[in-house]
Design a protein around this ligand. Structure first.
Ligand code: GAL
Length: 637
């Protein structure tokens, strides 16, 4: 047992006498001051992860109207639309040029004939967007943050590259944010925009496509794989400009803003504050290990996503390569992992020729329902290894969890699933409903499965909650906003599977910021949560100098056992743990240091809407130390 330190009563008694203004922190004073409100995303156009179809994985730049409309028709006729696949997204390749007289973008009408409207506008996507809307669907468009697009650097043999003078071929947003967003959303009626980043990454003066094709050089703001050489502040600022334009043109905020800078510039930390979804990795390919690579960039980021803001490991490659109709085991695993990670479910396949076996994967209503569960809790890793993983997602239905047990490796695995991993009581029966075979089974304590290489099982589990009268915070990432995660200097995450299937160059190196971030059921650098030798299963691991907000759904009491994590990088920094309710200090601990026993902290949160948990370092300039909010929970009393 940790030392008992219960300050709730004392703190409340002392504070109740003060006027509210004396207790709420003055604005802009100290970043660790309570906000007194939810500062995370609001649901906007994505209360649950967006679903639909995108042209890129199926056609690269060789997209056209028949292919897009064909996908839309199949989505409607097969019933996929009813399951939630509503966005039909046109990726790179649609543009002809930017008209120099007024800067208006022109659609390539040879591949999108309905855009040839004539008249002063000459081309318009309005007819196609109207057609998609009339089918009950929504429409997405693609652009780039810089002057030029990715295809202009990487698809040089494409028949669909922008044409004309240097200025006419500048089809990206640079210098045209307001004009283009107005065109896409007001004039053309799109509902979704994906904003790529090649224009700010790949147009340095020395690049051969820049010199030989006569593009205007742009000093790269983003260097793939390097935090040190990427200007995160400037890049975030540019994406924010797009966000502001979107809010102007669609004040209802019922749109999707997809940030696509491939996990660069530490976007895995700030994407949630700017966009609706943000890519956490470089492009997915239809290769097993590359799929794992993408998955690993979201699987430890559950606390950075919530309704209105979702981690994006890239679009689905179900149907192609390692995930084609001859590899349904792999295809189901890929889909199950995306579903439980609350990834956007964007089909990347030529749907005009989809075999039933693939339609059955995208159309598995039970798996889709897990992804679209209204509580918006991303699955959390309950068992981790390079070979087998168990991911558990808390559903809105009381006492229900979704779980994926996956064999990532090359040899068969005998997997054990325990009640404890599900946060269920180990002495009560647990019902398992297999979401692929539809079989039901039951176990108490633990159960075993044999998994062939690359096989997974996905269930909804129903049992008696271990914490009968409450919930661990790590079970409800959808109700948490990490306002400040304490990371003083972003570092590359070394835990992402490095897909080494192409062996030219020096190999795959850690490439995405996010190391040391806030973690559900783990310490910031991936170790088990532990304070002075005491292990915590459930809990939040985070750095000092952090503040996170938790929506309280009617619980009465907050309780946790806290301290400096054993595996911290800074063993000399002391930290105080503070609990706020709607901006008022409810409880705090004395300063705790490395090696000191964990200490209990509790606060009455009856009637409180937003709880804020702050780990305040004695020296704000010092290297942050890792802290544990062990067994942090909200309970009835
Ligand atoms: C990449 C992006 C892909 C696709 C492609 C188009 O940067 O990650 O998803 O949009 O550009 O050229």
């Amino acid at each position: 047992m940790g030392l008992k330190f219960d300050v709730a009563a004392a703190a409340c008694a002392a504070l109740v006498a003060l006027p509210f203004s004396a207790m709420a922190a003055p604005a802009n004073q100290d970043p660790l001051s309570p906000s007194g409100r939810w500062t995370g995303a609001s649901a906007g156009g994505a209360p649950t992860p967006p679903m639909g179809w995108n042209s890129w994985n199926a056609f690269r730049t060789e997209v056209n109207e028949d292919k897009v409309v064909g996908a839309a028709e199949t989505i409607v006729s097969t019933g996929l639309a009813r399951l939630g696949y509503t966005y039909i997204n046109i990726d790179d390749g649609w543009w002809m040029k930017r008209r120099t007289s007024d800067g208006r973008l022109q659609v390539r009408t040879a591949i999108f004939p309905s855009a040839a409207v004539g008249g002063p506008e000459e081309t318009s996507f309005r007819p196609l967007v109207n057609r998609l809307h009339a089918m009950g669907l929504k429409a997405g468009i693609y652009t780039d943050l810089g002057r030029n697009a990715c295809s202009q650097a990487y698809d040089l043999t494409s028949p669909n590259l922008p044409v004309g003078t240097t200025a006419e071929r500048e089809v990206g947003l640079h210098g045209h944010v307001d004009q283009d967003i107005g065109l896409y959303f007001k004039d053309w009626g799109f509902d979704y925009v994906k904003v790529d980043a090649c224009g700010i990454a790949d147009y340095g003066a020395e690049r051969s496509h820049v010199t030989t094709l006569g593009y205007r050089p742009l000093k790269p703001l983003l260097q793939r794989g390097s935090l040190a050489r990427s200007d995160a502040k400037a890049i975030r600022g540019l994406y924010q400009e797009v966000a502001d334009a979107l809010a102007r043109y669609r004040p209802a905020r019922d749109y999707i803003f997809s940030i696509c800078n491939w996990g660069g510039a530490n976007v895995r930390a700030w994407g949630k504050d700017v966009g609706t979804i943000w890519r956490t990795s470089d492009d997915i390919y239809p290769h097993w290990t590359r799929m794992l690579h993408s998955f690993d960039t979201v699987s430890n980021r559950a606390l950075y996503a919530h309704p209105g803001a979702w981690n994006d490991p890239d679009m689905l490659f179900v149907g192609v390569g390692d995930f084609d109709e001859h590899h349904l085991t792999e295809a189901r695993t890929h889909f199950s992992l995306w579903a439980i990670a609350n990834a956007p479910l964007l089909i990347g396949y030529d749907l005009r020729k989809a075999p039933q076996s693939l339609l059955d994967i995208w159309g598995n209503a039970d798996v889709v329902a897990v992804n679209q569960d209204p509580a918006g809790n991303q699955g959390v890793i309950a068992f981790d290894s390079d070979d087998a993983q168990i991911i558990v997602k808390t559903l809105k239905e009381p006492s229900a969890k979704a779980v994926v047990v996956v064999n990532r490796g090359l040899t068969p695995v005998e997997a054990v699933l325990t009640a404890d991993q599900l946060r269920f009581a180990s002495d009560a029966p647990i019902e398992l409903q297999d979401l692929w075979s539809k079989a039901s089974s039951r176990f108490t304590g633990q159960t075993r499965f044999k998994l062939a290489p690359r096989e997974s099982r996905m269930f909804v589990a129903r049992g008696r909650r271990a914490l009968a009268d409450g919930v661990y915070l790590s079970e409800i990432p959808g109700s948490i906003n990490v306002a400040i995660d304490g990371v003083a200097q972003p570092e590359l995450d070394p835990m992402v599977h490095r897909a080494g299937w192409e062996t030219n160059g020096a190999g795959e190196r850690p490439a995405y910021g996010g190391w040391g971030g806030a973690q559900a059921d783990a310490a910031p650098y991936g170790t088990a949560l532990q304070v002075a030798g005491r292990r915590f299963g459930p809990g939040i691991g985070i750095l000092s100098g952090s503040r996170f907000e938790v929506k309280n759904d009617g619980h009465q009491v907050f309780r946790a056992t806290v301290g400096v994590d054993d595996e911290t990088r800074n063993r000399s920094l002391k930290v105080r743990f503070l609990v706020y309710g709607d901006g008022r200090l409810l409880a705090q601990t004395p300063a705790r240091g490395w090696g000191e026993d964990p200490i209990d902290v509790q606060a009455s949160v009856a009637g409180v809407k937003i709880i804020e948990l702050v780990a305040k370092p004695a020296d704000p300039e010092a290297t942050p130390t890792s802290v544990a909010w062990g067994e942090a929970r909200l309970i009835a009393r």
